[in-house]
Design a protein around this ligand. Structure first.
Ligand SMILES: NC(=O)c1ccc[n+]([C@@H]2O[C@H](COP(=O)([O-])OP(=O)(O)OC[C@H]3O[C@@H](n4cnc5c(N)ncnc54)[C@H](OP(=O)(O)O)[C@@H]3O)[C@@H](O)[C@H]2O)c1
Length: 387
């Protein structure tokens, strides 16, 4: 398609898209509406215009979880995103997210360490029964900088600590944060299986930077799944980081495992909210050490934002909404966990679940995104890290 026809094509959806968003916006601010009530209202029809995330299923059969189409990444509320907002404001944000229908909240022992779990625990205490908590273990003393540790006794210790911090007696989804080459994966999965039998954990997940690049990553998922069925894999996936498309999404489809994209907005980059002039706090921001966040590389990768913007401008969608809607459109078992510290961004991100692409516009958008050669490695070398 030449560029004029492509532009005309992109504009065709304008009226439909704008109308859809307007309906969503009207329906999306139900002050005081409870998470439980949302669940009842949530599944009628296709969810268009409901203003609340549709639900999706992670995992299969007895090991499945019914979750909102988008979860909320809580890491940046206290860790790695430069500023640490007022704690009470973040507690209010988490509860507001639940009011608006988000039921999956993502944290980890390593975020802090421990402080992020504590924040989430305080926030969810009064709404515990209406929401699902995902957390992660896998580092010595919860600190990525001192090494991996998925020994069974360490997993148990991390879980006991997490239960206290999270003010709960069960964890809905427990991920191994990074594969530990020193501990057989069967022992990891077996320990989680025992914790599930004891009622302390409900579901098992695995998280990696990129399972295809991790030594024997795909094989280890299969081995773990044979011991304790995996409900979700979590890895970076966005319009700028598309590695899971190589192998991992097919594996999820084959084994009936859900997929949770982390950093779905590429740590704020894809929204256009950070740019080459952004200054990071060196004591609390991993982006300062990641090659994709240098000023030159940010500018070199800006065509991704231009494409998302052009698509969204004609449909009443923001750049972040197009990026998240595109992820949701890839597979029905994908549940991104964008992080935010702002109610306005939270609502904006949730509304992305209302947008439905036609097959043609999804193809054109995907082709355009694929044509951009992404510059800059995701990570500097070296493990372990939660980055
Ligand atoms: N398993 C793992 O190894 C791993 C690694 C990294 C992250 N995670 C999980 O994934 C979650 C999200 O990842 P992330 O925080 O790295 O990246 P992200 O979700 O891609 O981006 C978060 C950043 O985007 C900004 N943002 C969010 N919505 C926006 C919007 N609508 N418009 C403009 N800016 C927006 C946020 O700023 P504001 O606060 O200003 O909105 C924040 O700085 C984390 O909270 C964590 O739970 C897991």
């Amino acid at each position: 398609m030449d560029s004029k026809n492509r532009r005309d094509f992109l504009k065709k959806g304008a009226f439909f898209g704008t109308a859809l968003l307007a309906t969503s916006a009207l329906g999306a601010i139900p002050a005081g509406c409870s998470g439980a009530a949302d669940k009842e209202n949530n599944n009628s029809g296709n969810g268009k215009g409901s203003g609340k995330p549709k639900t999706r299923t992670l995992g299969s059969g007895a090991h499945s979880m019914e979750v909102s189409a988008l979860g909320l990444g809580c890491m940046g509320m206290s860790y790695h995103r430069s500023f640490i907002p007022d704690k009470q404001a973040m507690i209010t944000l988490i509860r507001r997210a639940a009011d608006l229908g988000v039921n999956l909240f993502d944290t980890a022992e390593a975020y802090g360490p421990f402080t992020n779990q504590e924040l989430v625990g305080e926030a969810i205490e009064p709404i515990r029964k209406d929401i699902l908590i995902a957390t992660k273990f896998g580092f010595k003393e919860g600190k990525p900088e001192i090494g991996l540790d998925s020994r069974p006794e360490s997993i148990r210790k991390a879980v006991e600590h997490a239960l206290k911090s999270l003010r709960t007696d069960y964890i809905d989804l427990l991920y191994q944060h990074r594969i530990d080459p020193n501990v057989p994966i069967e022992d990891v999965a077996g320990t989680v299986k025992d914790l599930i039998a004891e009622g302390k954990v409900k579901h098992f997940g695995m998280s990696e930077r990129d399972f295809s690049q991790t030594e024997n990553g795909i094989e280890l998922i299969r081995k773990a799944h044979a011991v304790q069925p995996v409900t979700a894999l979590q890895s970076e996936y966005s319009t700028m980081t598309r590695q899971p498309e190589k192998e991992v999404l097919n594996l999820c489809e084959e084994l009936g495992i859900g997929f949770v994209p982390y950093s779905p907005l590429s740590r704020g980059l894809i929204s256009g909210y950070i740019n080459e002039r952004t200054k990071y706090n060196p004591t609390n921001d991993n982006r300062i050490s990641l090659p994709r966040y240098t000023p030159e590389i940010i500018i070199a990768n800006w065509p991704i934002i231009d494409i998302l913007k052009e698509f969204g401008d004609h449909r009443g969608l923001t750049v972040a909404q197009v990026a998240l809607a595109w992820l949701l459109a890839q597979k029905p078992f994908i549940v991104p966990v964008p992080g935010t510290t702002k109610l306005a961004h939270l609502q904006e991100n949730m509304w992305s679940a209302d947008y439905e692409f036609t097959a043609d516009e999804l193809k054109v958008l995907t082709d355009d995104l694929s044509a951009v050669e992404i510059r800059g490695e995701r990570y500097t070398t070296g493990y372990p890290t939660t980055k």
